[in-house]
Design a protein around this ligand. Structure first.
Ligand code: NDP
Ligand SMILES: O=C(O)C1=N[C@H](C(=O)O)C[C@H](O)C1
Length: 278
């Protein structure tokens, strides 16, 4: 660690399940400085971020819904390294949040899922033109990176695979960003999966899940009691190979989030996926 001034961090979605974890993680990191905590939720406006997450001392950072003002404030601080906006908000708002941050020269670290491929391409163009780093990471846990790597290896030997993702029932988007990325990674192998041996009829629409790349199917389960889980199931005559990742606590995402905050300012364009910065 150098004597450089700490990296200014804006947490967007501060009052949410992930935002609260990020506030705690950033507050404990000596090389990071929480400078703003943004959330549109009316019930938490003006509440101190430290109090919100249960720290013993206030952080002297009030929750506000004024994202643009905070981006401008951080961008105007020439004494500090470039600012970073960590976004765990909602699929409906995340595209605009990222555009705004890049426009102010603030580097986005984005965990929010639900961006369309067109939106990601557009943001990549925008970040490239602005020469500004931007990280979009569908899953910040190391376990999921390892599962995806194992799945890519297995996909070279198995021709049949389906993905099941299981999440808490407050999740807005389906399928999960992680499942979409997993299917993309398997699709990059460049071979078709799951060639049909019978003509299938769905007696209830959606019974066979959604169809992603190269014939890969994704099934989404939403239940209270779940956090975030994914199975990738490979099948071949006489054998089943199952890879599974379970999240039991959202703290599992924090090492990846902190790594992304520290790395994003070294980038000049948009990078998608935690595996690219490990
Ligand atoms: N990449 C990863 O590793 C992970 C990604 N995620 C993703 O992160 C996102 C957030 O998840 P989670 O924390 O569970 O969700 P929550 O609903 O718990 O938190 C989101 C928070 O953001 C607020 N919010 C919504 N829209 C905006 C906006 N435009 N600007 C500022 N604040 C906003 C919400 O307020 P209100 O409730 O009033 O709407 C809420 O307080 C989801 O897309 C989820 O899939 C989650 C876990 C890990
Ligand atoms: O909403 C969640 O909780 C999660 N969302 C991400 C996704 O959509 O993949 C990451 C993780 O699965 C938790």
């Amino acid at each position: 660690m150098t004597n450089q001034a700490p990296i200014p961090v804006i947490v967007n979605g501060a009052a949410g399940k992930m935002g609260r974890e990020v506030i705690k993680a950033v507050a404990q990191a000596p090389d990071l400085n929480l400078v703003a905590a943004i959330d549109t939720s009316p019930e938490h406006q003006d509440q101190d971020a430290g109090e919100l997450v249960g720290l013993s001392e206030p952080l002297e950072v009030p929750i506000t819904n004024q994202l643009e003002a905070m981006l401008g404030y951080v961008a105007g601080d020439r004494q500090s390294p470039p600012g970073v906006m960590v976004d765990f908000t909602h699929p409906d708002g995340v595209y605009d949040n990222i555009r705004s941050a890049i426009a102010y020269g603030i580097r986005p670290v984005v965990g929010t899922t639900g961006l369309s491929p067109e939106q990601i391409n557009d943001l990549a163009d925008f970040a490239e033109k602005a020469s500004t780093g931007c990280l979009i990471i569908p899953n910040f846990s190391i376990g999921m990176v390892l599962l995806q790597q194992a799945a890519v290896t297995a996909s070279q030997y198995f021709d049949h695979v389906e993905i099941i993702e299981l999440h808490h029932n407050q999740k807005a988007d389906a399928p999960s960003g992680t499942a979409i990325q997993t299917a993309q990674l398997l699709g990059e192998i460049g071979k078709p999966f799951n060639s049909a041996i019978v003509e299938e009829t769905e007696k209830l629409p959606g019974a066979r899940g959604s169809l992603a790349q190269e014939g890969i199917r994704i099934h989404s389960v939403r239940l209270p009691g779940l956090i975030a889980h994914q199975e990738v199931i490979f099948g071949a005559p006489g054998q089943i190979y199952t890879l599974r990742h379970d999240t039991s606590d959202r703290s599992c995402y924090m090492p990846g989030v902190l790594l992304a905050i520290r790395k994003v300012s070294q980038l000049k364009s948009l990078v998608y996926g935690l595996e690219k910065i490990l």
